[in-house]
Design a protein around this ligand. Structure first.
Ligand SMILES: [Zn+2]
Length: 92
């Protein structure tokens, strides 16, 4: 097993399911189930906590870019970097 696969597996295990809010009534939602679309995209099937509303929908969490690189991983996943991070690294 390579370092990269170990890191990605650790991420999957520790990936907490994000919470969100119902777009109809604004109440918090709870997760019914979730699955990874890819290493960087997760779909969560959620239900509104407001019993009178009952809206069920899918939330998707996706990686956009790195804002601050991790301090203790020696491998590079070659992920996109934020414009500010790129500018900072080009200054050094
Ligand atoms: Zn609702």
């Amino acid at each position: 097993m390579t370092n990269k696969s170990v890191t990605l597996q650790a991420h999957k295990l520790s990936a907490d399911i994000p919470s969100g809010y119902c777009p109809y009534c604004g109440s918090r939602v709870h997760v019914l189930s979730s699955h990874m679309q890819s290493d960087l995209i997760r779909d969560s099937y959620v239900e509104c906590n407001n019993k009178r509303c009952g809206h069920r929908f899918v939330l998707q969490i996706s990686f956009i870019h790195t804002v601050e690189e991790p301090k203790f991983f020696e491998i590079s996943l070659n992920l996109p970097k934020s414009p500010k991070l790129k500018a900072r690294q080009n200054d050094n």
